[in-house]
Design a protein around this ligand. Structure first.
Ligand SMILES: [Zn+2]
Length: 446
């Protein structure tokens, strides 16, 4: 079925809900009609009161293929994405092996994704101390940004960069107008001694707020001096907000995201010996997270992204319970929408605002807002249909990620994805996989 009509009383058109009928033909949205609009010869999908919105765009995902397929892979990650209503994701330059720091590795990664993409997939390249001369090739080949770490990344072949390394590539980023994505933690020795590696409080204190703030200062300095786009990934420390706010008053080239786990969990509730919750920067205390929410409700965050970063149970140290030996990363892209919707309901986040933070705003960041991120005639037919009244429990059975371990397990949430369309094809029907391999490789400006 390559041509059909989707009707709902609640279609999200640009930034409001309205009754509409969407005409999908040959991968695109052909037209949008006001109200209930049947056309005799065309299939009509009547979704009544379900929310019909643009497909979610997740700009921060670690898929780990090639090289670490035992952690996650294109097949499982993009199946989980489709079930979660994500129609486009952008994959990080680590933790695949080789890491995506030169053209050859980037081509290998594209090759590895062949016939395994169930949603659209784009990529970032990486900056490490030794690959300044490779950055322009990566950009020309079509990466959406260049990612770097200011602290150890957890992957030895992806070492962190210094300010000097960033200064060296800033003119190239400026020339191509490509964002620099920074993991903002700047390590120092001003941390308490670790006495118990299985204690969450010990882990939390080992990565203090000032590590993030100091790194943000460095990021802002680079952004300012070179007038380049700088994006702060996964902000966790509320202490960083004020300096970001100040700079954002002067420029739109500084952007910032946060992730569902920082908005949903609080450090006080995380038991010891549970590295399933380990990520870096860490999930902080309630007062901190309240401040993140305040900033979110105040339109501070540019968008939200999952930072899906799974690893096998043994790497997560699920048996030993040792936070310091465990892989730092939260697995959960499948649950971004219900998690944020459920917590957002309690916090006073409107559904309209949430949808924008997951669709049009990330599209704008990627520069694909002329074809994705909203329901408009001529746009790619990436569409998510969900039921905001449906309550369900997240069960192990439902998890499509390669590994079932996720801190979201057993949570009871609202907002179930029912149908997903990728490039005009229904890939999820009644919350189950229907059609595979409909995702496209997405290269910037190609
Ligand atoms: Zn990440």
């Amino acid at each position: 079925m390559t041509e059909f009509l989707i009707y709902s009383k609640r279609c999200f058109l640009v930034d409001f809900f309205t009754e509409a009928t969407i005409h999908v033909k040959e991968q695109k949205i052909q037209n949008i009609y006001k109200g209930y609009h049947k056309i005799e010869t065309i299939s009509f999908l009547d979704y009544e009161n379900l929310i019909v919105m643009p497909g979610i765009i997740d700009v921060h995902v670690h898929i780990n293929e090639p090289g670490r397929e035992d952690w996650e892979g294109f097949d499982t990650a993009t199946k989980a994405a489709a079930i979660g209503g994500i129609t486009t994701l952008i994959e990080m330059p680590l933790n695949a092996s080789p890491v995506t720091t030169d053209l050859k590795a980037f081509k290998r990664k594209q090759e590895a994704s062949k016939d395994k993409l169930h949603v659209n997939c784009g990529f970032y390249g990486g900056i490490i101390p030794s690959n300044k001369d490779d950055i322009e090739d990566l950009i020309i080949e079509g990466v959406f940004g260049i990612k770097g770490f200011l602290t150890h990344s957890g992957i030895d072949e992806f070492p962190n960069v210094s300010k000097t390394d960033l200064e060296a590539i800033a003119p190239i980023l400026k020339k191509h107008n490509i964002p620099l994505l920074l993991h903002c933690e700047l390590t120092d020795d001003n941390v308490p001694e670790v006495t118990n590696q299985k204690s969450y409080q010990n882990y939390l204190k080992s990565r203090p707020q000032h590590w993030e703030s100091n790194a943000i200062d460095l990021a802002i300095d680079i952004q300012k001096r070179f007038d380049i786009k700088v994006h702060i990934v996964h902000l966790s420390a509320s202490e960083g907000i004020e300096r970001i706010k100040q700079r954002q008053k002067e420029t739109n080239k500084l952007t910032v995201e946060t992730c569902p786990h920082y908005l949903y969990f609080n450090a006080e509730d995380i038991p010891d010996e549970s590295p399933i919750y380990k990520c870096a920067p860490p999930i902080r205390e309630t007062t901190n997270n309240d401040a993140l929410w305040e900033y979110l409700l105040d339109d501070g965050f540019n968008f939200l992204a999952s930072d899906h970063s799974p690893a096998p149970p043994e790497r997560k140290q699920l048996e030993s319970g040792n936070f310091f030996k465990a892989w730092g990363g939260i697995s959960g892209l499948q649950f971004t929408l219900p998690i944020l919707f459920s917590e957002g309901k309690k916090r006073g986040l409107s559904t309209e605002k949430l949808i924008s933070l997951l669709t049009s705003k990330p599209a704008e960041f990627l520069g694909i807002d002329y074809r994705k991120g909203s329901l408009q005639a001529g746009f790619d037919a990436d569409i998510t249909v969900w039921d905001d009244s449906q309550k369900f429990q997240i069960t192990e059975n439902a998890v499509q990620h390669k590994h079932k371990a996720t801190p979201y397990l057993n949570e009871t949430v609202f907002g179930k994805v029912i149908h997903t369309f990728v490039n005009g094809v229904q890939v999820i029907e009644n919350s189950k996989l229907k059609t595979l391999q409909q995702g496209k490789l997405l290269l910037k400006d190609k």
